[in-house]
Design a protein around this ligand. Structure first.
Ligand code: MN
Length: 219
């Protein structure tokens, strides 16, 4: 049966120092991320069980729990790959041009993403997303791991703004963490995600040559 799987970090725990401590990375990956994966798998087991029994009393709570934990797994998996040792700087090529087109400048994009992160109430993420409907980049807050998400948009680059992401190192100075992370962005990874997202068509309108429904089959 299919299972959610905790991916290995693509670098050593201490590889992002001094910007992110090895202790944070170890706890964040091995404890927090692992818990989301394990809990998501437990939710799947319970959903299979209630379907088997046709006992749907708890389905709404289970689906909410599944959404929280799967989204936590997805966002952390993206976050680890979005970061790299000896990275940062500014993107190049098509991603760089799209950022200037949609935010005015790289500096304006950076300010917008940091502001998005620093104004989260409670736990959440800031993300650079691709909106396939109007073919534009944008930023968004994600409350917890899953709320306030625009359907159809794709996360390209995510910034964990939960306290567990920075508190051991930065304590109450979260803006120092939001600044330090710009030494770690892996723009090659973000650019590859951007390229893949642009190929997606969410098909909000029916193509002119496509029938409304398949014609009934004749026996
Ligand atoms: Mn986290």
């Amino acid at each position: 049966m299919s299972r959610y799987v905790l991916p290995d970090l693509p670098y050593d725990y201490g590889a992002l120092e001094p910007h992110l401590s090895g202790k944070i990375m170890q706890l964040h990956h091995d404890k927090h991320h692992r818990t989301y994966v394990d809990t998501a798998n437990q939710c799947i087991d319970k959903l299979i069980e209630i379907r088997r029994k046709r006992d749907f009393e708890t389905i709404a709570a289970l689906e909410h729990k599944l959404a929280f934990n799967v989204s936590g797994h997805v966002l952390h998996s993206l976050f680890w790959q979005n970061l790299a040792p000896q990275a940062g700087g500014e993107p190049e090529g098509e991603l760089a041009r799209a950022i200037v087109r949609d935010f005015g400048s790289f500096e304006s994009f950076k300010q917008q993403l940091v502001h998005t992160a620093s104004t989260i109430m409670g736990s959440g993420w800031a993300a650079l997303v691709w909106d396939p409907v109007i073919q534009r980049l944008g930023t968004t807050q994600i409350h917890d791991h899953q709320s306030e998400v625009t359907q159809g948009s794709f996360p390209l680059m995510v910034l964990d703004a939960w306290e567990h992401a920075y508190y051991l190192q930065y304590q109450t100075e979260k803006n120092r963490y939001f600044e330090a992370i710009w030494n770690l962005w892996n723009w090659n990874d973000v650019a590859q995600r951007f390229s893949a997202a642009q190929a997606v068509d969410v098909r909000l309108e029916r193509a002119a040559d496509q029938p409304a429904a398949a014609p009934p089959s004749v026996h």
